[in-house]
Write a protein that binds this ligand. Sequence first.
Ligand SMILES: C[S@@+](CC[C@H](N)C(=O)[O-])C[C@H]1O[C@@H](n2cnc3c(N)ncnc32)[C@H](O)[C@@H]1O
Length: 264
Amino acid sequence: MRYSFDIIGSREKAVAIIKMNYEGDPEKIAEEIMERHKNVKAVLLEESPREGDTRLRKLRLIRGSEDTEVVHVEYGIRIKLDPRLVYFSPREGEERQRIARKVRPGEKVLVMFAGVGPYALAVAKRQPEAHVIGVEINEIAYRYFLENIRINKMEGRVEAMLGDVRDVCPKFFGMFDRVIMPLPLYAYHFLDIAIKSLKSSGGELHFYYWGGEDAFEKAEMLVKEEAERLGFSSTVLERRRVSSYSPRTWKVRVDFKLERKIQQ
Ligand SMILES: C[S@@+](CC[C@H](N)C(=O)[O-])C[C@H]1O[C@@H](n2cnc3c(N)ncnc32)[C@H](O)[C@@H]1O
């Protein structure tokens, strides 16, 4: 048998997700996982790639309990979710910390595509003097996000908003020091909204993108062009390959500083 899997949850209760590229009998794989990891109460088999706006995938229960809601613990943050109903990846915990470490006291931070809130909570935990707003379109994820704010006692410092960033963000235009865009496949469709959400003088943008060897160049061109169109100059602060989807395809992040151009 050859397989890889993720475990989401806590020491008391977790679910395992077998990735699509397994070889062998999934029932036997599930048995082996539950034998080795006593906290795993259910095993799900990934049956499709992530799809659509909500980035959900087909997950079939092949062993254990029907109840797949868990509380995942990451860097002291408790994140409640059901992986069958919402997006969550335990592999991105360190990436969230990298972003959280960049936030300075007093900043206003916008997390677009916020999911159940892991970026927003990571930022607020590391930087207690930041104010964070997260926007999420999937109502179930939004409800978990609200609950996660309560569980982590971050009311007043983190706010969850339900809806499409295109509809929700215009009321925040000009408000943020920093915008995070964790939707690698489609974030570029929303660059206008992200840039207009920054303060009128500018701010920092964390742009996620998906592509091959030229992913950084493409990401940089997309942001530069949109920034120029809206009257900002853009400077690259950091480039990072966050993870690989396949041998020559990566999820990348490029961080930018945007500054309002002085009109001649
Ligand atoms: C890749 S997931 C990331 C979720 C979360 N940031 C995390 O790291 O777990 C992208 C999320 O964006 C949400 N989403 C997609 N399009 C959206 C839109 N136009 N407005 C608001 N949220 C959106 C999806 O429902 C999904 O939860």
